[in-house]
Design a protein around this ligand. Structure first.
Ligand SMILES: Cc1ncc(COP(=O)(O)O)c(C=O)c1O
Length: 440
């Protein structure tokens, strides 16, 4: 297999590194986990990316989730173009904000909602609101769940179970994580111990509704219901982070998958990605009595210059209205075909792997699994994944450049795109096997 020409990407990467740390504006894009040169993208259409060298790739990143309908969807494009012609930001309320809020309230368990510009802002604001509402300080989170780069959530587990966390990165003061408890995911006894030890100080428990940031690790049956019940019993709020899963895992997000039959309702929910239709938009919402503590109705301060931006809300609203059951059925079917082909190719090459899914989201782990938590996910053979990733890329498939990520599809992933992935898999699986052999 000949590697595609990447001269223009390499030249841009060189220039970018001169002016931007690592040459990228979000670390995973730099290919550090897999090595090599990130592809600089010139344009995208449907399921396909075109890089600055003219190479085409089936896109399995989909902007890390938002592009549910594929790139440059004609109806989203038309709505956005019309909105741009009316002006791009006013700093005053608009009709699309109200319409998007109504659409999201109708589809999800939230009663009221507030728009922000990123998932990070959404979780940061939800935590502030939970603290303001309860008058308590402590936050519980799970190892391997990512909620954006909020200081108090960039935390690693302390020295023992249910002890307070230590900063996960330089730049976060110990005081910021001193009120955070980090627990293993899917571990009920750890949750029970944390609440037994600190229950009267816990403002909220925040969790990805179904983690996708350590690869896809579904909650075990009843786990979210257990979290909601335990939080409520101790007077803490249950914050369900649906930034990734919301309107992506299903039409309603993860809550629509296990909330309905398990009967749990979060106190607060965070959203992002799909609801912005590829523009910077996110939100947090929830119980009316909790949301009414927010300024200007209540005393908890929160604001944003571009919050509810008319272009972003128009893109989000158009996307959500087009996200019918057929869209999710199509993505599910395409995902099932790819999952099966990946499993067959990796099995044939003798590569230990496991494929996990929740709704339309799935990921391929380079370990036998099952993967229940971050410790299990960390057992992956990342060298083998890197070889697999590059072989896929050379064959025209752009996977997320890390073994710890979900593979994202869209309604634009048609037979040609899916077949390109299927054709690439056997060679990539053999490359993964060879890399694994080389490591021994
Ligand atoms: C579950 C979850 N929460 C929060 C965030 C942060 O969102 P953003 O990158 O928009 O700040 C992400 C981003 O990937 C996410 O997956």
């Amino acid at each position: 297999m000949t590697s595609p020409d990447t001269t223009a990407s390499a030249a841009l990467f060189e220039r970018a590194r001169g002016v931007t740390p690592g040459g990228v504006n979000s670390p995973v894009r730099a290919f550090n986990a897999v090595g090599g040169t990130p592809r600089f993208i010139r344009s995208a259409q449907g399921a396909w990316l075109t890089d600055v060298d003219g190479n085409e790739y089936v896109d399995l990143i989909c902007s890390w989730g938002p592009m549910l309908l594929g790139h440059a969807h004609p109806e989203v494009q038309a709505a956005v173009t019309a909105a741009v012609a009316r002006g791009t930001s006013y700093g005053a309320p608009t009709e699309p904000e109200v319409e998007l809020a109504e659409e999201m309230v109708a589809r999800s368990p939230v009663e009221r909602i507030r728009f922000v510009s990123s998932g990070t802002e959404a979780t940061m604001s939800a935590i502030r609101l939970a603290r303001g509402f309860t008058g308590r300080d402590v936050v519980v989170k799970f190892a391997g769940c990512y909620h954006g780069h909020v200081d108090s959530l960039l935390a690693s587990a302390g020295s023992g179970l249910a002890t307070f966390a230590v900063p996960g990165t330089p730049g976060v003061p110990e005081s910021s994580t001193a009120l955070t408890l980090v627990l293993p995911y899917n571990d009920r006894s750890a949750v029970e111990k944390a609440f037994a030890d600190h229950g009267d100080r816990i403002a909220c428990l925040v969790t990805e509704a179904a983690p996708g940031n350590m690869g896809v690790v579904p909650p075990e049956p009843g786990f979210n219901a257990f979290l909601a019940e335990t939080s409520s019993r101790h007077g803490a709020l249950f914050v369900s982070d649906e930034v990734m899963t919301g309107f992506r895992a299903s039409r309603q997000g993860q809550w629509g998958i296990d909330g309905a039959h398990e009967g749990w309702v979060p106190d607060l929910v965070t959203f992002g990605k799909v609801m912005g239709g590829g523009f910077p938009a996110a939100a947090f919402g929830g119980r009316s009595d909790v949301m009414s503590r927010l300024a200007p109705e209540g005393p908890v301060y929160q604001a944003g210059t571009l919050s509810g931006n008319p272009i972003a809300t128009t893109a989000g609203l158009t996307t959500l209205r087009l996200a019918t059951d057929d869209v999710y059925a199509h993505i599910t079917a395409a995902g099932d075909t790819i999952k099966q082909a990946a499993s067959e190719a990796l099995s044939a090459a003798g590569v230990p792997h496991c494929i996990q899914a929740t709704g339309t989201m799935f990921s391929v782990f380079f370990t036998e699994g099952p993967v229940r938590d971050f410790a299990d996910a960390s057992a992956q053979d990342v060298g083998s994944f890197a070889a697999f990733f590059h072989a896929m890329l050379d064959a025209g498939v752009h996977l997320p450049p890390s073994a710890y990520e979900a593979w994202f599809l869209s309604s634009a992933h048609d037979d040609r795109a899916v077949q390109t992935v299927i054709d690439a898999l056997p060679g990539a699986a053999r490359a993964a096997a060879a890399a694994s052999e080389g490591e021994r």
